[in-house]
Ligand binder design. Sequence first.
Ligand SMILES: *[C@@H]1O[C@H](CO)[C@@H](O)[C@H](O)[C@H]1NC(C)=O
Ligand SMILES: *[C@@H]1O[C@H](CO)[C@@H](O)[C@H](O)[C@H]1NC(C)=O
Ligand SMILES: *[C@@H]1O[C@H](CO)[C@@H](O)[C@H](O)[C@H]1NC(C)=O
Ligand SMILES: *[C@@H]1O[C@H](CO)[C@@H](O)[C@H](O)[C@H]1NC(C)=O
Ligand SMILES: *[C@@H]1O[C@H](CO)[C@@H](O)[C@H](O)[C@H]1NC(C)=O
Ligand SMILES: *[C@@H]1O[C@H](CO)[C@@H](O)[C@H](O)[C@H]1NC(C)=O
Ligand SMILES: *[C@@H]1O[C@H](CO)[C@@H](O)[C@H](O)[C@H]1NC(C)=O
Length: 607
Amino acid sequence: MTWSLPHCRNCLERPILLMDISLFPLFFLFLFLLQHPSSVAHLHKIKLLSSEPELLAQPASSDDTPPTLYFEVTKPIKLPKTKPCSDHILHHEFGYTYAKPPVLANYTPPSHCPSDKFSKIVLEWTSTCKGRQFDRIFGVWLGGVELLRSCTAEPRATGIVWTVQKDITRYYSLLMKDQILAVYLGNIVDQTYTGVYNVDIFIHFYPAENDDLAYGYGGAPADMILPISRNLPLNDGLWFEIQNSNDTEVKQFKIPRNSYRAVLEVYVSFHENDESWYSNPPNDYLAANNITDTPGNGPFREVVVTLDGKVVGAVWPFTVIYTGGVNPLLWRPITGIGSFDLPSYDIEITPLLGRILDGDTHSFGFSVTNALNVWYIDANLHLWLDPKNSITEGEVLNYIEKPLVEYLVSDFVGLNGSFWTGARRSIWSTGWVRSSLGNITTSFIQDFSYNNSMVMGNDGSLETVNQIIHFNDSVHAKLPSSSVHFIRETYRRFLLNLCTDDLDEGYDAYLSIANFTLGFDESKFKSSEFGLHSSTLKNVQNGQGNMVVKKNLVVSGLGSTQQDYNFESNDFCYFRKVGSSNYTILYDKVGNPCKKRSHTPLGFGFS
Ligand SMILES: *[C@@H]1O[C@H](CO)[C@@H](O)[C@H](O)[C@H]1NC(C)=O
Ligand SMILES: *[C@@H]1O[C@H](CO)[C@@H](O)[C@H](O)[C@H]1NC(C)=O
Ligand SMILES: *[C@@H]1O[C@H](CO)[C@@H](O)[C@H](O)[C@H]1NC(C)=O
Ligand SMILES: *[C@@H]1O[C@H](CO)[C@@H](O)[C@H](O)[C@H]1NC(C)=O
Ligand SMILES: *[C@@H]1O[C@H](CO)[C@@H](O)[C@H](O)[C@H]1NC(C)=O
Ligand SMILES: *[C@@H]1O[C@H](CO)[C@@H](O)[C@H](O)[C@H]1NC(C)=O
Ligand SMILES: *[C@@H]1O[C@H](CO)[C@@H](O)[C@H](O)[C@H]1NC(C)=O
């Protein structure tokens, strides 16, 4: 471990220290010699941005202004009608916490509830902050199992408040035992960056209305969850850190010999040189232009998961933009999709259980194709155990990992150019497991495609990125007890269009104009002996912003954001259309009318 360099490795803090003023004269001389002064701003948009125009203009703000409420648009959690038992599990003020141990607390299951059968369990994170601060990545772990990966909101002089609610019912078995809670939020407080995050965490337990927990394939939570993360003590989060494309981080584990189903839930976030991996130009382009201090390796990234060294699944992550990303004014008060609750991704391990039911030690490994420093990755292994037998048996029947196909076409003259990057990958596995539930054969398929076009103009100061990721997977299980097969299919489409134009204004300042479209679409289909269930989510944000950046501070500017969220399922619908500009909500329409749904075929929704 090297803690000698106290530089931040969190959300918006990068190793390219625009903060370090002593570097500037040298830096400009270098660019002057190359005669590309206009590229300064853009190719160095990898920067630290914290903004507080009001603070700079009028540092003394009156104390009676109410804090601004920031929020991520998402559907409300469907709750039972029962009265929850609520536990306040942590209060902490995160001041100078960077490179310090995570904040720990003893967790005990609720003891004041009428029963220990809960149909919904909700984690609630609430934070206030005042002053000036960067966006900070943080994680919440219980017994080493990650419950929430998130990014803080950037405060303002008059203060902000935000709340994240997450359905954590799937961690039921973990929550019913005594555990150590760990929260890592690496914050730095000094004379300029004054924001301290004042945090409260609650867990709300909603007693079940009736006995509705079914077994593994019916949707019941796992019987056991193994942490695939780093062990405490640590002066950091429990995540593994992937620093380059050759880096593989490995965790050993052993599973109970009576497991009959296994799902690996992977948490991923990207920082520093790879925070905006989707807009990184290829190394060739940087080398041809003698640029050595801008992140490259092109815009394609893939998280690869191995079991005992063999690829068992991949994650092509959603392009979460943190609250200081692109233009921090875009995320006030509507924050970027996924930024307050980063998505996790499930990889079905059941077909491969036959290989790890022997009672021996096995290992999961994580790596990231084309990675630059740094990716934070860990996982939770959800296991369902045979209630009747102490041993199950299984065998892998078929396993096909089609190698990653990646192409890159570049066409550039100087700092102007176009780049097309594409990729595809499929992974299939089939295997059987025999338990007291019978002999169940399960297949898991992942299909990915990736398409990115990047255009650099105005000698590198104008960049346009258009990217689409398709991330489909399916689980099919042949259950002996029923004539109905279990099928779960998920289709995801991640869309990103980003356009940034930076104009040098001299005196260490530049004007940045940016607009974006960010889309997270997901269709799910599930068929089991408990019936059919399908849902469609269309979630899209558009934004336009401008800002003047001097040193690493946004000194003036304006951000406007519009979001259209639309969720429909058999039994629950929700939409929200909301727009904001300059911290003010301009319109906000919320509704839940389930339209008459026509019978949509599999894979619906993305035309
Ligand atoms: C990864 O390993 C290859 C082969 O050893 C080497 O050529 C390459 O420079 C390494 N890349 C990084 C980022 O360390
Ligand atoms: C379980 O089913 C598979 C596929 O039908 C079969 O190959 C295997 O032999 C069965 N295992 C047992 C123990 O019956
Ligand atoms: C990638 O997108 C471009 C336009 O955005 C399209 O012309 C091209 O066919 C796409 N390629 C693939 C492989 O989907
Ligand atoms: C790059 O494009 C700009 C216009 O966008 C043009 O003014 C400039 O001359 C071009 N540079 C090169 C090296 O072709
Ligand atoms: C986004 O910005 C680019 C460059 O400034 C501009 O050409 C384009 O029209 C803008 N698009 C929208 C929708 O504002
Ligand atoms: C944003 O709103 C503030 C008042 O809250 C106002 O002083 C400022 O001029 C506005 N900025 C723009 C660019 O409209
Ligand atoms: C994913 O599913 C969608 C919807 O069926 C389809 O259009 C797309 O081609 C699929 N992509 C891949 C990579 O399988």
